[in-house]
Write a protein that binds this ligand. Structure first.
Ligand SMILES: Nc1ncnc2c1ncn2[C@@H]1O[C@H](COP(=O)(O)OP(=O)(O)OP(=O)(O)O)[C@@H](O)[C@H]1O
Length: 815
């Protein structure tokens, strides 16, 4: 925009064009003041039926209409008016009731009424607990915000920090995951949030719980206190501690379904089946075989469980597409799966709780909880993936007899109606023998099975609610054999493991490392202590080492040296494996000749070759040892640049007034030093002083960088205002009108808009034939729920289909 105005000033606008623009601005200004008046006059308690009844700007109204949103849902009609008036909101409404629009509409509107431009910086920050949900929110924002001029970005990790850094400073609205945005707040000097107007937490109870506690508190520290804050969730509470942490000001608690008799959608049928742990997989298999024309999500307690069930069922070929989703997959794969599953008519998705909250997969028929959820809230969110926005859905919870009483009590406390059903005996099939066969033939699958077993047992062990989860009551031996395993894997527990912490901690940091999960007795403990061991070391120490995939085998050198490669894509939020933090010293193979590198005068390089046939050790100044082969050595000697690598770091010298060089820290006279007191005290004091000095310097640097940026922005804005005023003066002479600059942004490069495909038709409903798997205990009737017509269900248009699409989106500038 600044460029545009600069050019205009030089040439001078043609009178007719300028008059047209002035008129347009005047109209905009009038509309804006009238909108402001309407908002002030708006009675937030009056019921609003249609979006056109709300005092919304033209771009938002058009965006909603183009996305086929006409009437408001309950939560929308009760919360949007408060939010438009700038109130802090605590929004609670059932799953699938339209909470996303409830915060997105006010975000767009409140920034629009403030005439937010790119020079104003970040106006709204929307936090989501998972990447998938952030992507989904971002897509809805793109749909309804398509006629606005704001710039919006998606910051969810999984791509280069630097690329994001470059663009962040230009964003008006950001949708992000807590970890990644905190990284930017700490590290990106150009990213300034001093002007932030709105903070939104979707799935707020999840974001405020222990897993994100530190990140959220640190994020909030960066934000201005004077802002509008909105919290939404299907399991939202009025927890005082949360309100204090976010400094909410007199929030409006909008709990639409608080008075409702159930906490879950009324269109959802909920059942549980009593299935002893060793029979779970048989029942699940039989269910899938009987519902080949359905769309189902199966929730399991860990990524390892998900992988095993997915891989083994895939081998068994049930006759329906199978997919799997868990936090350890790479971002591209995760995106691919969510897109494919969204578009699928019939499919089974095996997932961890990464898919439990917020995801709006269209037309899901069944939610199966193969593993019991950790609490009733998780239950509510999992089953909420079906029966969304006026649709029907069915949910089935698998309970081991030991879990039944405890879980039913918890569900009742949360007003969740659930009924027991039985499995029709004639529909049951067993896959136990097939799994045993497969594990025998395919060691890789057996290995996955062992991992699945261990992770399941551990998941039960670390659960907090011991009224539900009783490890000692589970038939573990039979469970292991139901997975096809020849024996029960040995497990060692560490006391003090905490469910939430474990779930959220980077996997690399958990106590539960692979060596504790081994069923192997061959690994020698004494050895383990002395060596630096990688995950590959541990794999090779296992008895079942032939289970390793080709990929791992390639990592072994001929002589058995193991090469560990760092996972560049591991962003700490999902990809990578649990032990990636362990690395071995990189080792080069021994060469034929000696290195011939002599110690230099400054002793930077020491060549040491005891024997021509042996390794050559190079010790650099930092004391690191490297072993170099002959070919590499030759190359090394020809390349000064490469040699620099072994030279260690240079010394920093300071010159005094007489031009004499000094080291930064020089030894002082020993007597003087002793006279000043105890050495350790002096050391501690020195460290404390230096730490404080660097901290202060860092604070000053950051403040300076921010101030510079603010000044620059201010200058730019002042210039823009000046130009507009000049234009106004000349136009006023002709027309006597005032200008409003925001209209100029319309359809500019920074527009928050993208062409959208129209809504896809809802997939056909499952046929009657496929729904005869579960039987009501009180009757033999196979009656199925009537499927309601899919009234106005908003399908995901799914424009983000590939990683490239996501990168393009995440890069921020849309239009
Ligand atoms: N006013 C509306 N008219 C028609 N469809 C709507 C309306 N509001 C929301 N929807 C649709 O309802 C579905 C659920 O909306 P949304 O994802 O916002 O629910 P939610 O309350 O956030 O659910 P969850 O608690 O699971 O996160 C979406 O497909 C959305 O397009």
């Amino acid at each position: 925009m600044a460029q545009e105005h600069g050019a205009r000033q030089k040439k001078g606008p043609r009178p007719s064009v300028a008059r047209g623009k002035t008129l347009k601005r005047k109209r905009g200004q009038d509309n804006l003041s009238s909108l402001q008046e309407q908002i002030e006059a708006l009675d937030p308690k009056a019921s609003v039926a249609s979006f056109t009844d709300l005092p919304l700007s033209e771009p938002t109204t058009s965006g909603l209409a183009a996305s086929h949103y006409k009437t408001l849902t309950d939560i929308q009609s009760r919360a949007i008016p408060h939010a438009l008036k700038g109130r802090d909101i605590l929004g609670a409404a059932k799953t699938g009731s339209g909470k996303t629009l409830t915060f997105l509409v006010p975000v767009l509107e409140n920034l629009y009424r403030k005439q937010w431009t790119e020079h104003d910086g970040l106006g709204a920050l929307i936090l989501s607990p998972t990447r998938e949900l952030a992507i989904q929110i971002f897509e809805v924002l793109r749909k309804i915000g398509r006629y606005h001029a704001f710039s919006a970005g998606l910051v969810i990790g999984g791509k280069s920090l630097r690329e994001e850094q470059e663009r962040l400073g230009r964003m008006n609205i950001l949708v992000c995951t807590p970890g990644r945005i905190l990284q930017h707040l700490d590290q990106t000097a150009s990213f300034d949030v001093f002007n932030l107007q709105m903070l939104v937490l979707d799935e707020a109870d999840r974001i405020m719980d222990m897993g994100f506690q530190r990140s959220v508190d640190a994020i909030v520290e960066h934000l201005p206190k004077d802002r509008q804050t909105m919290l939404f969730s299907a399991t939202q509470t009025k927890k005082v501690s949360d309100l204090a942490r976010l400094s909410l000001q007199d929030p409006e608690y909008v709990a639409v379904h608080e008075a409702s008799t159930t906490a879950t959608p009324t269109t959802l049928q909920q059942h549980y089946v009593l299935t002893p742990l060793p029979e779970k997989l048989d029942v699940l298999w039989s269910f899938i075989r009987s519902n080949l024309k359905s769309k189902t999500i199966v929730f399991l307690s860990s990524g390892k469980q998900v992988r095993f069930v997915y891989e083994s069922f895939r081998h068994l070929q049930p006759g329906i597409p199978l997919m799997h989703l868990h936090g350890k997959q790479k971002q591209g794969g995760r995106l691919d799966i969510t897109t494919k599953y969204s578009q699928a008519q019939h499919a089974v998705l095996f997932a961890t709780d990464v898919a439990a909250r917020g995801l709006d997969f269209p037309a899901v028929d069944w939610v199966i909880q193969l593993d019991c959820p950790e609490d009733a809230d998780t239950y509510i969110h999992r089953v909420g993936r079906t029966a969304r926005y006026e649709r029907d859905g069915r949910a089935v919870l698998f309970l081991d007899p030991s879990e039944e009483a405890g879980m039913l009590k918890r569900l009742e406390q949360k007003k969740i109606p659930i009924e027991k059903i039985n499995i029709k005996a004639n529909k049951q099939q067993s896959v136990k023998n097939q799994l045993q066969n497969m594990c025998f033939k395919d060691p890789e699958l057996k290995y996955l099975g062992q991992k699945a077993f261990i992770s399941y047992v551990k998941s039960i062990y670390i659960q907090k609610d011991k009224e539900i989860f009783k490890l000692k009551d589970l038939q573990l031996e039979d469970f292991a054999s139901s997975l096809g395993l020849p024996g029960v894997p040995r497990i060692k527990f560490i006391k003090g493991d905490d469910t939430k912490e474990l779930k959220n901690a980077s996997r690399a940091m958990t106590h539960l490392s692979d060596d504790e999960e081994d069923d192997d007795d061959g690994a020698k403990k004494a050895d383990k202590k002395d060596k630096v061991r990688t995950k590959y070391d541990r794999m090779f120490e296992r008895r079942n080492q032939n289970v390793l995939a080709d990929h791992y085998s390639k990592l072994i050198n001929d002589d058995g040296t193991i090469v560990d490669t760092p996972d560049e894509n591991d962003d700490g939020e999902g990809s990578g494996d649990e032990d990636d933090f362990l690395t071995v010293k990189r080792r080069f193979e021994a060469g034929d000749e000696d290195l011939g590198i002599e110690a230099g005068e400054d002793n930077t390089l020491v060549g040491e070759a005891a024997n021509k046939k042996k390794d050559v050790k190079v010790v650099n100044l930092d004391g690191k040892e490297l072993i170099i082969d002959s070919k590499r050595r030759e190359k090394l000697l020809t390349s000064k640049k490469k040699l620099l690598k072994y030279k260690g770091n240079g010394k920093k010298l300071i010159y005094d007034e007489d031009g004499n060089a000094h080291e930064v820290y020089e030894l002082e006279d020993e007597e003087k030093f002793k006279a000043r007191g105890d050495a350790s005290e002096q050391r501690a004091k020195f460290l404390a002083d230096e730490t404080e000095r660097t901290r202060m310097a860092d604070v000053e640097d950051k403040a300076l960088a921010r101030q510079k940026k603010r000044d620059k922005k201010e200058k730019r804005k002042a210039r823009e205002r000046e130009l507009l005023a000049m234009e106004d003066q000349s136009d006023d002479a002709d027309l006597g009108v005032q200008l409003a600059p925001y209209q100029d942004h319309h359809h500019s490069d920074y527009e928050l808009s993208a062409p959208e495909s129209d809504l896809a038709a809802a997939p056909p409903r499952p046929s009657k034939k496929q729904k005869v798997f579960f039987a009501d205990p009180s009757s033999d009737d196979d009656r199925v729920p009537k499927q309601k017509k899919n009234k106005g269900q908003q399908q995901q248009p799914g424009p983000i289909e590939t990683l490239e699409d996501l990168e393009a989106l995440a890069s921020g500038l849309l239009g």
